[in-house]
Design a protein around this ligand. Structure first.
Ligand code: MG
Length: 229
């Protein structure tokens, strides 16, 4: 009996090994949110050369002490991306001004169109699918994991874009989001029309990341991503 079981184990191991397509690449992991070895670093605290203003001119956001602060116009990456794993850190202003959507509002836009909300949601009520880490206008976070105004917060986001199918329909993409290490969006579908701006529709294979100007001096640092396609 024992011999037969061992033989079965060898056969199943051999079959599994034969169907395994390739050895996973070796990646050196980062420490405490720093980028792993295969990451594309979009902002390391020194310059915003990977970004441009909406009108194509260089970013005018202020860069000091390892962070960038919003100044007047949204900025987009020069490079375009499809499916990605993104790490980004942000801080709303320490001095609280305004309320609801007027308090520490910005946003991380995937392909320039699907927004994960950035907002000071520390004891600041607004509509639920518009608070921090919401898939803006579509899905509230599972919990509110916000830190206090002025404190650094982190998003770790896995994004897959909607894609056209062979039948001419759109296959939904998905968002999975961790806010300060806490799961807040659990593989939420993204339909092609789930954009924050009505000027977009349909699906596109790649697009830029965008950090939103919503009139508040929100800060960003340590921005990197890994391409997943
Ligand atoms: Mg916003």
């Amino acid at each position: 009996m024992k011999c037969r079981l061992s033989l079965l184990a060898v056969i199943s191991f051999t079959l599994l090994a034969a169907t395994d397509p390739k050895e996973p690449a070796v990646v050196t992991a980062g420490v405490a949110g720093s980028p792993p070895s295969d990451a594309i670093v979009l902002f390391d605290g020194k310059d915003l050369s990977a970004w441009k203003s909406e009108d194509g001119t260089p970013s005018k956001w202020a860069v000091t002490d390892g962070y960038a602060e919003m100044r007047g116009k949204s900025i987009l990456t020069r490079q375009e991306f499809g499916s990605i794993q993104l790490h980004i850190e942000w801080a709303s202003p320490a001095e609280v001004k305004g309320e609801g959507q007027g308090r520490g509002n910005s946003g991380v836009y995937f392909q320039g169109r699907y927004e994960i909300q950035v907002l000071d949601s520390w004891r600041n009520k607004t509509y639920f699918n518009g608070q921090a880490s919401a898939f803006y206008g579509h899905n509230a976070p599972l919990v509110n994991a916000s830190r206090k105004p002025g404190e650094w917060q982190a998003y770790d986001i896995i994004f897959h874009p909607p894609t056209p199918s062979a039948e001419g329909k759109i296959v939904p993409g998905s968002f999975t989001v961790f806010h300060n290490g806490v799961l807040v969006q659990d593989h939420i579908p993204i339909s092609g029309d789930a954009t924050t701006s009505a000027k977009f529709s349909g699906a596109t294979p790649t697009g830029p990341l965008m950090l939103q100007d919503h009139g508040n001096p929100v800060r960003y640092r340590n921005i990197w991503l890994r391409k997943l396609d």
